[in-house]
Ligand binder design. Structure first.
Ligand code: MOS
Length: 740
């Protein structure tokens, strides 16, 4: 039985759109419970050392204050609070008030709970804490002398070596080396991290803003040493995550600890400044890239060595060189990843972790080599086009990168480009055109879904997935409607409850590719059950028909041969009182992941306009042409790619978390000084998704589009800035001081 094709791919508006614009969509912090209390976090003000004294007595006397929780009185957790550390996908070393040690400035050291948020905040402000400071490592430049290799890179090797890049470089006609740096960035989703913890006896319910409802419960249960089934996690909407909500951070467990101590529900919402430190960041990276090529531009060798910062508490590695292992055909490639320990909160997944930063270094280096060779940068990439994955040797399940270059160049008008820097002007304004490749791997994890025919005739499909604002509700509804043969409005898809059938973290661009097949399989199984019930039922007009001769179309069960033989699904249900028509199905990857290399690809073109006197860069046009398998929803898909591209612009020109090297605190931890593009900063955005049919990746044919949008964009803009100005900026963001 094949699904119909009525909805998937169409520009269907968001299922949750009306709920969101009318304020009916309830985010984690918007739930209210009887007896709810409010918590405020107190964060350390030194970067390293010990707490010598916390005196909560005065704060406990303040109006409305119910609890001051610190290492003095926090519940003792098994294994020092680290029982869940290392649990997949990324159990972190949390700060749970189990001792007096401070590892970074901004680490949670106390929680004040009060009747109201204002009272809790007032208490948190008044809490006096004394520290005995210790030397802290804050300066990447100094600390990098002690760089060391992480244990693994995405579960694979930390370093790679193919051929002999050093020997292959020596005789090469062109050689190029440079160092590229990218700054610490913080995710800054519109919705901050927020948790409500509610104990009823030994059972805990968490309302949490997360990318992984199943992971929250598992982590919290393990940390408390209680059975996983005693924790239920709910997250109906996530107002952006970008990787920061893929891990469970300290505040979630702290809310549960405080709620247990008080025996009342506790709400804990991070304020914007608290989002800078204790809930992950993109790490600072320093990447050294060396390229060698023959006179025709064929790459003889690539070396890409990455250093990124991590925390003194645990290792987290930015996988920036992975892209270099697979993007271009080259026989001699060496990559490595090293970590630099600093007294900062641990970095984490940030949209296209690795590929976003790595593609900046690699794709700018390629542009630099193209200038050295006097070769068009697209031509250089075409001459090194990888027909099979150079890293694994496997064929690509599909790859439209060549078409992306060709069509993207055509749409952009690349042929009109004069390659000489500074040669294109509009009056005084310098115009620059740059391009880069985009790529991100296609991932898939096991996922389950249930499909049930409701007593009102509608189809209810459920999976414990998440919608980060990307469109999961909508695409799953489309997939289910097509699989069932129901109109969209007769389908309801629910997610965000850990009691629903299991689904993976909404990270790694894998939700559509993982949950989509589960939703489709469960719905097809339900459809088969419904048809089987009809043809077996004497009272049905479809009685004794071959099930293969029965279809569901427009919400009706009918004979393929004779449309007059039909009935409503509800009629089947009505004749079997007490019976539920339901199917629960797991869908998981097969051996295709071992047979193929699976990646999305794209080509990015950027036009910048630079004021030569002031160094101000405006991006007047960004164009992205992508091969991402099947685009499930033309509207939400385009939005998601556009969001990624805008973040790429942000990475190129604006974003940087500035660290005070004396104290280890971010000095611009707010949206006034941590700059992100607003509408007025964004120029024309052109997005084309090529028609790519990939039958290998998964039954849905979607490769995932959560992350590819940001990749390549910073490089394309940096390359355009060079073309406009002749200034090569290798240190992001490209602020005006670097151009004047
Ligand atoms: Mo993504 S950075 O894997 O949420």
């Amino acid at each position: 039985m094949n699904p119909s094709q009525a909805y998937v791919g169409q520009a269907v508006s968001r299922e949750d759109g009306i709920a969101k614009v009318t304020g009916q969509a309830r985010y984690a912090a918007e739930f209210t419970l009887p007896n709810l209390t409010h918590a405020a976090l107190v964060l350390s003000t030194v970067a390293s050392g010990r707490i010598s004294r916390i005196d909560g007595a005065a704060v406990e006397q303040m109006p409305g204050v119910l609890l001051v929780m610190s290492f003095n009185n926090a519940p003792t957790l098994p294994e020092g609070g680290h029982a869940a550390a290392g649990a997949p996908p990324s159990g972190r070393i949390l700060s749970l008030l189990q001792d007096d040690v401070v590892h970074y400035n901004g680490e949670p050291v106390a929680v004040v709970v009060a009747q109201t948020l204002e009272q809790a905040r007032a208490g948190a402000d008044q809490l006096k804490i004394s520290y005995v400071g210790a030397p802290a490592a804050l300066d990447f430049e100094r600390a990098k002398a002690q760089a060391y290799p992480p244990k693994a890179i995405m579960g694979g090797p930390v370093d790679s070596l193919r051929g002999d890049p050093v020997a292959a470089s020596a005789p090469a006609a062109a050689r190029f080396s440079a160092v590229y740096t990218t700054p610490i960035q913080h995710h800054n989703p519109m919705e901050p991290h927020a948790t409500i913890a509610h104990w009823e006896g030994s059972r805990l319910t968490l309302y949490d803003s997360t990318q992984f409802v199943a992971g929250v419960g598992k982590t919290v249960a393990k940390t408390f040493g209680i059975p996983p089934q005693s924790v239920r996690t709910l997250c109906l909407y996530t107002g952006g995550g970008f990787g920061s909500k893929g891990s469970v951070w300290s505040h979630v467990v702290l809310a549960a600890m405080a709620a247990q101590k008080l025996n009342r529900p506790v709400k804990l919402v991070l304020d914007r400044t608290q989002m800078f430190g204790m809930v992950g960041s993109r790490p600072h990276t320093e990447q050294s890239v060396s390229l060698a090529a023959d006179a025709d531009g064929r790459l003889a060798a690539i070396q890409h060595r990455v250093q990124s910062h991590t925390s003194v508490m645990e290792d987290w590695a930015e996988t920036s060189a992975l892209v270099t292992r697979t993007l271009y055909a080259c026989d001699n490639v060496a990559t490595s990843h090293r970590l630099v320990k600093l007294n900062l909160g641990v970095p984490t997944f940030t949209r296209a972790p690795g590929e976003a930063t790595g593609s900046f270094a690699l794709e700018v280096a390629l542009d630099e080599l193209a200038y050295q060779l006097k070769l068009d940068p697209i031509e250089l990439r075409l001459r090194n086009y990888a027909q099979t994955d150079p890293d694994s040797g496997r064929p690509f399940s599909s790859k439209s990168l060549r078409e992306c270059y060709v069509q993207g160049a055509q749409r952009f008008g690349w042929a009109e480009r004069n390659p000489d820097p500074g040669s294109m002007r509009d009056g005084e304004t310098l115009i620059g055109w740059g391009m880069a490749s985009a790529t991100y791997p296609t991932r898939r994890s096991p996922a389950s879904a249930s499909a049930r025919l409701l007593p009102d005739g509608r189809l209810l499909v459920r999976s414990a997935s998440q919608d980060l604002g990307t469109g999961t509700y909508t695409i799953m509804t489309q997939i289910a409607a097509d699989a069932m043969g129901f109109p969209l409005e007769s389908v309801r898809f629910e997610l965000g409850d850990s009691r629903f059938p299991a689904a993976p973290v909404s990270g790694g661009s894998q939700s559509a590719a993982s949950v989509g097949p589960a939703v489709q399989a469960a719905t097809l199984a339900l459809r088969a059950k419904l048809i089987a019930a009809a043809v077996a039922d004497r009272a049905s007009p479809l009685f004794q028909l071959d099930p293969a001769q029965v279809e569901i179309t427009g919400g009706w069960l009918q004979s393929r041969g004779d449309a007059s033989l039909r009935e409503a699904p509800l009629a089947v249900l009505a004749r079997a009182p007490g019976q539920t028509l339901e199917a629960v199905t797991e869908a998981k990857p097969g051996d295709e992941q071992g047979r193929f290399a699976m990646h999305s690809f794209g080509a990015i073109f950027a036009e910048v306009r630079v004021d030569p006197a002031l160094g101000v860069v405006r991006v007047s046009k960004l164009s992205g042409t992508y091969g991402v398998g099947r685009l499930l929803n033309a509207k939400t898909g385009r939005s998601q790619l556009m969001g990624g591209m805008v973040w790429g612009q942000s990475m190129a020109l604006l974003e940087r978390s500035d660290l005070d090297l004396r104290y280890g605190r971010y000095v611009n931890g707010n949206l006034g000084e941590y700059h992100v593009p607003v509408n007025a900063d964004v120029g024309e955005i052109d997005i084309v998704v090529l028609d790519e049919h990939d039958t290998e990746v998964n039954p849905i044919g979607a490769k995932g589009i959560g992350e590819i949008g940001i990749t390549g964009v910073a490089a394309a803009i940096a390359n355009a800035v060079y073309h406009a100005t002749g200034r090569r900026v290798r240190d992001l963001p490209i602020t005006l001081d670097k151009l004047i």
